[in-house]
Design a protein around this ligand. Structure first.
Ligand code: FES
Ligand SMILES: [Fe+2]
Length: 330
């Protein structure tokens, strides 16, 4: 089986691991690239991310208690503050020096697009830029971060592929869609994303009316889909009336076979439609992908001969080629 999570190159990228709104006074445990991490908001308001293992006797820090931004380990009460500094070892008394190795080895963290992004190593990538995030015509909608029992490469492969729409998305927008995929031209979409543009007549059932802003049975969409290595996909849907719906599809490798998945939406609608109605349709589409992907065992073969590819697989093959190159798998 292909194993990719141990690749050093993947430690230089940013991964969304939680929603910012999940972090209040509590402590979160997440698993990223096979490593357990603890996250909490420190006393200075910045997030602290570190291995979920107390340097003393390796108790999970995530079962500890946060008070005023300081995390107390549940085992012997060592206290960790801003930037993971150990500020108290109760058994030594208040006067004793704290061993330098008691401080946590923290990772870099950013809050962007309503998400908490972690880079486990020295960043060599930027978080992809979504220009509409600064545009007051657009509003941003966030949804839950879900744990999916599928490998992140399979998620990206799926998001770059639209030949599955009339087969997998029959309950949302794919019913009656022409299964023939035209020849796709790939190229840079902007500084961050590489992909393609295509046009489609999508089914527009009642549940999609809030999203499309149209009551017609089918709506014409111009779709632009591209990837930013390693695992981010952006899909922009433009309707004929100028409405734009931008979807950032974020897959985070928990380990080789499991992922966190969330999406972020930006829309230039009149901001009047209930966000829950918009999100419900995109969640339903995601649930269709999830149901299919969780039936497929293992991770995506990355070798050139591991799978049969046809014309419609060109975009996902391009992602796979670049990803295999990044992680050093031939
Ligand atoms: S294991 Fe954390 S204080 Fe001992
Ligand atoms: Fe899909």
């Amino acid at each position: 089986m292909t194993q990719f999570v141990q690749s050093p190159a993947l430690r230089t990228a940013w991964y969304p691991v939680a929603r910012v709104s999940e972090l209040g006074e509590n402590v979160l445990a997440v698993r990223l690239l096979g490593e357990d991490l603890v996250i909490w908001r420190g006393p200075d308001g910045s997030l602290v991310v570190a291995p979920d293992r107390c340097p003393h006797r390796e108790a999970p820090l995530s079962i500890g208690i946060v008070d005023n931004g300081e995390l107390t380990c549940a085992y012997h009460g060592w206290v960790f503050g801003a930037a993971g500094q150990c500020v108290s070892v109760p058994s030594s008394g208040p006067q004793a020096a704290i061993p330098p190795t008691a401080h946590l080895r923290c990772m870099q963290v950013q809050e962007l697009y309503g998400l908490v992004w972690v880079c486990p190593g020295v960043p060599a990538f930027d978080i992809p830029r979504i220009a509409q995030d600064d545009d007051p015509m657009f509003r941003r909608l966030n949804t839950e971060v879900e744990a999916w029992s599928t490998s992140s490469p399979r998620l990206v492969d799926n998001f770059m592929d639209f030949s599955h729409f009339p087969w997998v998305h029959t309950g949302t927008f794919g019913a009656g869609q022409d299964p023939v995929v035209p020849k796709l031209e790939l190229g840079p979409l902007d500084d961050d994303f590489f992909g393609y543009t295509y046009e489609v007549d999508a089914a527009n059932p009642d549940e999609a009316v809030a999203v499309s802003g149209s009551e017609d049975d089918f709506v014409h969409r111009v779709m632009t889909t591209g990837f930013a290595l390693p695992f981010i996909v952006r899909s922009t849907i433009r309707y004929d009336d100028g409405l734009e719906h931008i979807l950032l599809l974020c897959s985070t490798p928990v380990d080789d076979l499991n992922s966190l998945f969330t999406f972020v939406v930006w829309r230039n609608d009149d901001h009047g439609v209930d966000p829950e109605e918009i999100l419900a349709f995109d969640r339903a589409i995601g649930a269709e992908d999830r149901a299919m992907l969780e039936t497929v065992p293992g991770t995506l073969p990355l070798s050139r001969t591991g799978l049969v590819n046809v014309q419609s697989d060109k975009p996902s093959v391009e992602w796979r080629r670049r990803f295999a190159d990044l992680v050093g798998i031939e």
